[in-house]
Design a binder for this molecule. Structure first.
Ligand code: HEM
Length: 207
């Protein structure tokens, strides 16, 4: 399918597929659910990422276009999960990105989409006895269900009717978001640059 036939959301997915899989591999390589200590590190990583996107979720114009967007923000839930484990958000040494404009829409896509894969993470974390009530509230599914909620969100993204130029910026924003996630992960888990394994064969998300 040529790029011209893809919806905006399909384009975000296609153009970030390989990057996504490399992030997935990198996360799994650090065994975030093997011990409570590793899980705390994962929560700290999530705290940096969700802090960056929190203002995007609360953006007034985006909230007019995407109903209930502000309620989808998960930074406070991550902070609560950390508090449940007697810990606090990670303080990133350096300037945090402040996504703006169309690039911010790409960051938003990255953050909201991460709740789809969270289905697997949510299962794994329950082996450590954390759940939506204690320690893992930010990984819990949306009340409408992950799939249904995601399809509604994707529809809203497409209804933004972004121009070609704006879509390119948004895709760049999503790439920035995935790239920064890796930077923070390496820092928190103490990995060298380029530590992830080769990306796995492409996953068909089947949504
Ligand atoms: C071990 C970690 C991860 C695993 C196992 C994982 C797995 C998955 C899976 C299986 C899906 C598709 C879900 C479905 O078809 O219902 C998905 C979607 C997605 N994930 Fe992840 N993921 C991980 C980490 C992340 C992270 C850290 C981010 C963002 C920083 C992220 C962003 C996304 C996005 C944006 C989508 C939506 C793709 C689309 O349909 O456009 N994922 N993930």
């Amino acid at each position: 399918m040529s790029d011209k036939m893809l919806t905006f959301a399909q384009r975000l997915k296609e153009e970030n597929r390989t990057t996504h899989d490399s992030v997935d591999n990198l996360v799994m390589s650090v065994n975030p659910f093997a011990t409570p200590e590793n899980y705390v590190k994962f929560l700290k990583l999530q705290s940096v990422f969700h802090k960056i996107v929190d203002p995007v979720y609360r953006d007034e114009a985006l909230n007019r276009a995407i109903p209930d967007l502000a309620q989808m923000a998960r930074y406070e839930a991550v902070v609560q999960d950390l508090a449940d484990l007697n810990d606090t958000p990670y303080v990133f040494d350096g300037e945090l990105p402040q996504p703006q404009g169309n690039r911010a829409i790409g960051w938003l896509y990255c953050a909201e989409g991460s709740n789809l894969g969270a289905a697997f993470l949510f299962k794994d974390v329950q082996k450590l006895a954390f759940d939506e009530h204690h320690g893992a509230s930010h990984l819990a599914p949306h009340p409408d269900g992950r799939g249904k909620h995601w399809r509604a969100f994707v529809e809203r993204l497409n209804l933004l009717s972004l121009s070609e130029e704006a879509q390119v910026e948004a895709v760049e924003g999503a790439k920035d978001a995935f790239a920064f996630y890796k930077v923070v992960l390496r820092r928190i888990f103490g990995l060298p640059e380029g530590a992830e394994a080769e990306a796995k064969p492409l996953v068909d998300y089947g949504i």
